[in-house]
Design a binder for this molecule. Structure first.
Ligand SMILES: Nc1ncnc2c1ncn2[C@@H]1O[C@H](COP(=O)(O)OP(=O)(O)O)[C@@H](O)[C@H]1O
Ligand SMILES: [Mg+2]
Length: 388
């Protein structure tokens, strides 16, 4: 069954007949009177008009979400309509907004569009039918967008459920491969060991992809909860590497070195999630660095922060690509013939930022890459809470 087939765009129903609630945000009362007159002349479906006379009042009413559409004047006190547009959208407003200006100004028009305005109207040129048409088309457009968003949400939910359910059999397989490798079911020939080792590796890889997909979904849904403990970061780094990364590096004849600063204080963090970040960064370094390359993992403590960096002698990353590197699905896999979801760096950044840290990249084409993340110590965590 197609997901989209369960969703239909609502056409002429009772709700269509209900009046369209319009809010005008304009600091000039004369404009309100003119707009009210224009709206009264609109034929067909009824429109009601409310008025907010300032930026702050407009923002407060928009937050209440009582209107179907907002008409926002460009000139608003010291701030302007574009600021209001930006602030309302970042506060979560999804209802359409139309920007009004006194004069045609292409710059403002383009800026408004980029910020998320649904239309742009020049005041002196609007009559009842032009305004009615702009509102009608915008609301129709909004219905289509809502349906698409709903379809996307359902798809994401479907992928999340599927990946969650896939985890159990993958884990079970993993356990069986491990038992086989330990020769619990009888001795293995060298060839059999090689095959099982390969299966174990691809099983781990599959598990990690599924896990990354699920973590990305959790962040997007706001369901990510950190389980904070006080941790020894050096121990955590060694643990994360020892899982299977050192084996992977060995297979590529790469030199993997750890340079861990002694005496780093315990840091509040979620062990599993931080390990996931280290794993993702080191796995990328191994994947993208050619055979016999060098990978170095450093830890350092300064300015109330732990710095963990993963440095490689791989191909480096072009500057244009670096800009979008942390966006979801920013995988350049095809270029390097590597299979990946393109979610590793995205979720790593999310995890680090959830810890109030930072993840940055420093890379030069042909020379290599260095990914560094920071985690604040207990003291800066406390002072942050005090200042909140
Ligand atoms: N150490 C690295 N060296 C070169 N390119 C890298 C490195 N780490 C990441 N990249 C680039 O960033 C992209 C995104 O990485 P990531 O989010 O981990 O996704 P994936 O590994 O699934 O492709 C990679 O596909 C690759 O192009
Ligand atoms: Mg990756």
């Amino acid at each position: 069954m197609k997901l989209s087939s369960c969703l239909q765009i609502e056409t002429s129903t009772d709700t269509e007949q209900a009046p369209i609630r319009v809010l005008l945000v304009d600091d000039d009362e004369d404009e309100y009177i003119i707009t009210r007159r224009i709206i009264a002349e609109v034929e067909g479906r009824k429109h009601t008009l409310d008025w907010a006379s300032s930026y702050e009042e407009g923002l407060a009413i928009i937050e209440e979400g009582r209107h179907d559409i907002y008409l926002i004047d460009y000139q608003l006190d010291e701030k302007n309509g574009l600021d209001l547009l930006r602030e309302a959208i970042s506060d979560g407003c999804t209802q359409p907004m139309i920007l009004l200006t006194g004069q045609e100004d292409r710059e403002v028009d383009i800026q408004a569009m980029k910020l998320g305005a649904w239309d742009y109207l020049v005041k002196g040129r609007i009559d009842a039918s032009a305004l009615e048409r702009a509102i009608r088309y915008t609301l129709e457009h909004k219905k289509v967008v809502d349906v698409l968003l709903e379809v996307q949400k359902q798809r994401e939910k479907f992928v999340a459920t599927l990946t969650h359910d896939l985890k159990t059999p993958i884990k079970a397989e993993f356990r069986i491969f491990e038992l086989l490798m330990q020769e619990r079911f009888g001795p293995l020939t060298e060839d059999q060991q090689l095959v099982i080792h390969e299966m174990l590796r691809s099983n781990r890889f599959m598990y990690q992809m599924v896990d990354n997909l699920l973590t990305a979904f959790k962040f997007e849904e706001g369901q990510m909860v950190l389980r904070m403990e006080t941790l020894d970061l050096n121990e955590l780094v060694s643990d994360a590497i020892s899982i299977d990364l050192s084996g992977l590096a060995q297979e590529k004849d790469q030199i993997l070195t750890l340079s861990l600063q002694p005496g780093i204080p315990l840091i509040p963090a979620d062990a599993l999630e931080v390990k996931r970040v280290i794993y993702n960064l080191v796995q990328n370094a191994i994947n993208f660095t050619p055979k016999k390359g060098k990978i170095k993992i450093n830890t350092e403590f300064r300015d109330h922060k732990v710095f963990v960096s993963v440095e490689d002698t791989g191909p480096g990353i072009e500057e244009v690509i670096q800009k979008n590197l942390f966006a979801p699905y920013a995988s350049m896999s095809k270029r390097y013939r590597h299979i990946g979801t393109g979610l590793g760096l995205y979720i790593s950044k999310k995890i680090v930022e959830a810890h109030q840290g930072e993840l940055t990249v420093d890379s030069r084409l042909g020379e290599g890459s260095r990914f560094t993340f920071t985690l604040p110590d207990q003291q800066s965590e406390k002072s942050r809470q005090v200042s909140l």
